[in-house]
Design a protein around this ligand. Structure first.
Ligand code: NAD
Length: 370
């Protein structure tokens, strides 16, 4: 059995609490011989600043590069508001994304039937929803140059951000989306604004070409990003994989996230390119939520997003889709039993702590593997 190297970066706030539930699962998988994970633990974010005065050390970045996958909790909190900008907790996360060239951000939005009533949309619109947003993460308007504010000297200022994409950046993110679709329901929707943006025109052209040359078996449709946003709240179940740029992806993935209820339920993955020699790709898995300082240290955090982030690592880094399916099924079973953390409680549910939720999910996984 292959040994997989994991770097665990629990981070700040509720990060260590939810990471403990992933560790519990990893220990069980190892003990049962279902998988073989070797784990190391490192510091990132505020805790790294406290220890070393930087948001992540070179040594931890080297560990991240050597790992088969990185599992990250969350970073940040008001304690570190006064620290200098370039060593703020988020800088650790940005450095990891940059140094490992994690250009593809995958955000699934799944609505468990038991939670359909916690969505702001009607049950029939969201029940059973299962879509994936693939957001380009290292290019576009957040990074394009020039990026500046100029004082025009007449009491006015001029702010410029530059939206810029090159062919290879669109090709590689399109391929991620098509590959994913092949493992799902075989449909990709590409979103841009080709009606008003040159980068949208190129995006559309390149995605269409990659599709025609390499992925004809996958269904491809194009939607303008604004109308795509409208469709996301109108009829979200029409989508399987949505691929879009950094800016639109930022907005659309937050909209999709809210279709499903709590932040505590949402995982994500950030992937780099596949190394031609080893066939491996850099990958970082983390919940969408932050460090939740308001509930940190109280045992109130929902560990589901962290556990399903680990599930994404099983699926996308280790080809253990069946095991990831059993985590999803175990979570659905626990929710069906009315066992909930406070953020997703509803009438008649049994409210439990982070640890109890993790234990309940592990118990269901054990039943599925009995
Ligand atoms: P947040 O996601 O930490 O919390 C928002 C709200 O959701 C809070 O009320 C919190 O209690 C709740 N919540 C979040 N995760 C939960 C969970 N697992 N279970 C139950 N409830 C949960 O966002 P915020 O409050 O805007 O940010 C707090 C800190 O986290 C800030 O320092 C911010 O910069 C940082 N942050 C980090 C990341 C990251 O590490 N990727 C992402 C977002 C925010």
């Amino acid at each position: 059995m292959t040994t997989h190297k994991l770097l665990l970066l629990p981070g700040d706030g509720i990060g260590p609490e939810v990471m403990a539930e992933v560790k519990r699962l990893i220990d069980w998988l190892n003990a049962q011989g279902i998988a073989k994970f070797e784990t190391e633990t490192g510091l990132v974010g505020g805790c790294s600043y406290d220890a070393d005065k930087v948001a992540i050390t070179d040594k931890t970045v080297a560990l991240a590069k050597a790992a088969d996958a990185i599992i990250l909790g969350a970073v940040g909190g008001p304690k570190w508001d006064p620290v200098p900008f370039d060593v703020r907790p988020e800088a650790g996360l940005l450095r990891l994304r940059k140094d490992l060239e994690l250009f593809a951000n995958l955000r699934p939005a799944i609505c468990y039937p038991a939670l359909a009533d916690s969505s702001s949309l009607k049950r029939e619109i969201v029940e059973g929803l299962d879509l994936m947003i693939v957001r380009e993460l290292t290019g576009g308007v957040y990074f394009g140059e020039p990026k500046e504010i100029t004082d025009l000297g007449n009491g006015q200022k001029r702010a410029v951000d530059t939206q810029v994409y090159e062919t290879y950046e669109i090709e590689r993110i399109a391929r991620v989306a098509f590959e994913l679709a092949r493992k799902r329901r075989n449909k990709v929707t590409s979103m841009e604004k080709r009606n008003v943006m040159k980068s949208g025109l190129l995006w559309n052209e390149v995605v269409t070409r990659v599709h025609a040359n390499e992925y004809k078996d996958v269904e491809l449709e194009h939607q303008l990003a604004d109308s795509g946003g409208m469709q996301l709240v109108r009829r979200p179940k029409q989508f399987d994989v949505i691929v879009t740029d950094n800016l639109f992806g930022d907005v659309l993935s937050d909209i999709a996230a809210m279709l499903t209820g709590s932040l505590g339920m949402l995982p994500s993955a950030s992937l780099g390119a596949v190394d031609a020699k080893t066939g491996k790709r850099s990958a970082l898995y983390e919940p969408v939520h932050g460090s939740a300082p308001d509930i940190a240290g109280k045992g109130l955090a929902n560990p589901v997003a962290m556990l399903t982030s680990f599930g994404m690592a099983l699926r996308y880094s280790f080809d253990m889709g069946k095991l990831a399916d059993s985590i999803d099924k175990a979570i659905a079973n626990v929710l069906d039993q009315g066992i909930r953390t406070g953020d997703i409680k509803s009438e008649g549910s049994k409210v439990v702590s982070t640890t109890q939720m993790g234990e309940a999910i592990l118990k269901e996984i054990q039943k599925l593997h009995a």
